[in-house]
Write a protein that binds this ligand. Sequence first.
Ligand SMILES: [Zn+2]
Ligand SMILES: [Zn+2]
Length: 167
Amino acid sequence: MRLDLREIIHVPDAQKSFQLQLDLSDLEFYGRKPISRPVLAEGSVTNHAGALVLEGTARSLLDLACDRCGKEFSREKVVELNSLVAQELEDEENDEILLLDGTELDLDQVVREAFVLAMDTKNLCSDDCKGLCAKCGANLNDGPCGCKPDVDPRLAVLAQLLDKETE
Ligand SMILES: [Zn+2]
Ligand SMILES: [Zn+2]
C-alpha cells in the first residue's frame, strides 16, 4: 500500500491514518517461515509543526519453534512503528528517516523492514524451558527422564558458551 501524504505535507496538525494487511509468509528466518499469517499494520502520519511523524503498530501471530526443546508454538509479535518521514534528506547520514517517493510513502516496504528488523534471533517456548535431555533426548519440560545427571563438566561449559553465543 502506498499512502499519499499530499494533503498533510504542508498543513500543520493534519493527520492521515492508515490500515493495511501485508503478506510476509515468504520471508525465511533460520530455515523457517514464521510469518505465516498476514501482518496487520495500523497507524497514522501527523504533521507536527512541519515534521511528518509516522506512528503505529504492526502485528502478527508467528509460528515459531523453541530453540531449546524444539516444540512448535505460536506467539504474537507486535512491532512499534515510529519514524520521521521527509521528502528529501537534509542530512545524508541519517538513514532513520523514511523518504517519500514524490508525495507517497511506500507503507508495504516500511512495515516489511520494521518487521524483519524486529524478528528475534532466539525463540524459547518459555523463559524457563528446560530443554531436552542430552542423553536420551526426552523433553525435560514434561518431567524428569530418569537419566543420571552425570554430564561431563567440560561439555556443560561448552554448552553454556554456545547458548550465550546464539543469544
Ligand atoms: Zn522449549
Ligand atoms: Zn534423559
